[in-house]
Design a protein. Structure first.
Length: 293
């Protein structure tokens, strides 16, 4: 991708996708960046910055050498590929499709097999890192599938992320991402319970934050999300509904492998409670509200 200026596409301009597509545009590495979003009006910002827009995923894929996707969940990822005017209608020999959404292995495998059967090449490339790392081009990219396409994507991955890993056959990156987010969801659940217990027992939450931050449990997530929890305001960087989806998919993976996951299962219940409280579109730190019922 470095020497020949390729035409690239991007499907899904949500919190992550818009920032990732913008970084592809800003890099100057590509001849063009063509975008599509289910709600087409959301393409306008990038179009005003120089992107091309297409009305369907098929139109993006047929006009691009490599198309990236960053979609909400398995249903969205499957719809973009298999619906009328979906990716499969535009794919042909040699074209690349790189799905960076967080989905389960079965979804990714189904997409990969269909793209490959149509002559295309497929990589799954879920990412770790939230809105700000997406804006800053500092994501961690987990790749699997077609190794040649993965290598061809290195310049694109280099502008979207700070490091990429090739993990093997399709499915490996999907599994890795679910494991990572299962740990994150459990950590956030435990952190919010600690914040709630501190408050209820007459302790300052700010003191708890500082003490955690100075010891072996220090981490950027507690430092970043602590103030949101104290203010009980959760502008979305990583929507809570997506974290709950990731826990659900990780638990299904555990079920399939007979791997006990009691801590993740308990965290999932807290996220389900917060979702039922209407907090699904807020940041996942809003799981704190589940401790306040
Ligand atoms: N936000 C974060 O911090 C991170 C998110 N992720 C993962 O990245 C993916 C995207 O996340 P994020 O950008 O935050 O999510 P958003 O909810 O902001 O965006 C979701 C995107 O998916 C589209 N979409 C939803 N349903 C469908 C459908 N049925 N058919 C086609 N398109 C659909 C939306 O289109 P429309 O605008 O029309 O609704 C939108 O473009 C998710 O898998 C998430 O788990 C991974 C790492 C970090
Ligand atoms: O998937 C979410 C993230 O922050 O990573």
């Amino acid at each position: 991708m470095a020497d020949a200026k390729l035409n690239v596409g991007f499907l899904g301009l949500g919190i992550m996708g818009e920032a990732m597509a913008r970084n592809l545009m800003k890099s100057g590495l590509f001849a063009s960046v063509t975008v599509w979003n289910r709600t087409l009006a959301k393409c306008q910002t990038l179009v005003s910055e120089g992107a091309k827009m297409a009305e369907t995923p098929a139109a993006v894929v047929s006009s691009c050498d490599i198309t990236f996707a960053m979609l909400a969940d398995p249903d969205a990822a499957l719809a973009a590929v298999f619906s009328d005017n979906g990716v499969l209608k535009g794919i042909s020999a040699g074209k690349g499709y790189v799905d960076m959404s967080t989905v389960d292995e079965a979804t990714s495998t189904k997409i990969g097999e269909a793209v490959t059967a149509a002559g295309g090449r497929f990589v799954e490339g879920p990412v770790s890192g939230s809105k700000k790392p997406a804006i800053d081009g500092q994501l961690i990219i987990m790749g699997a599938g077609d190794k040649e396409l993965y290598e061809q994507c290195q310049p694109a991955f280099g502008v979207m992320g700070k490091k990429s890993f090739y993990l093997g056959a399709t499915g490996a990156a999907a599994r890795m991402k679910l494991v990572v987010n299962m740990v994150m969801g459990a950590m956030m659940g435990a952190f919010c319970e600690g914040m709630a217990l501190a408050d209820k027992s007459g302790l300052e939450q700010s003191a708890l934050l500082e003490i955690l931050g100075l010891g072996a449990m220090a981490n950027p997530m507690f430092a970043m999300k602590g103030p949101a929890i104290m203010g009980r305001a959760y502008p979305p960087a990583f929507p809570l509904k997506h974290q709950q989806k990731d826990l659900r998919l990780a638990l299904a993976l555990g079920d399939a492998l007979n791997q006990p996951l009691p801590v993740a299962a308990a965290a999932n219940e807290s996220f389900k409670t917060a979702k039922a409280l209407g907090r699904g579109d807020e940041d996942f730190a809003a799981v704190y509200e589940a401790t306040q019922k």
